[in-house]
Design a protein around this ligand. Structure first.
Ligand SMILES: [Zn+2]
Length: 63
């Protein structure tokens, strides 16, 4: 189970769909049990959705 700090670090890649399946499963399990991370993830997701809605250009892959 990832720690809150790891969840915070991985959240962006998780939301952008760049995290591995195993990573996403672990993050989702943590978010389901951790109210603090769950709320933070919701807020970040809303922000990302807003950014994506404002940008028509595809997101560049970051290596
Ligand atoms: Zn947490």
């Amino acid at each position: 189970m990832p720690s809150c700090e790891e969840v915070r670090d991985e959240r962006s890649s998780y939301i952008d769909g760049q995290a591995s399946l195993l990573h996403r499963m672990m993050l989702r399990a943590h978010l389901a049990m951790c109210e603090r991370c769950h709320r933070a993830e919701r807020a970040l997701r809303d922000t990302v959705d807003l950014l994506h809605a404002l940008e028509d250009e595809p997101i560049e892959e970051q290596s």
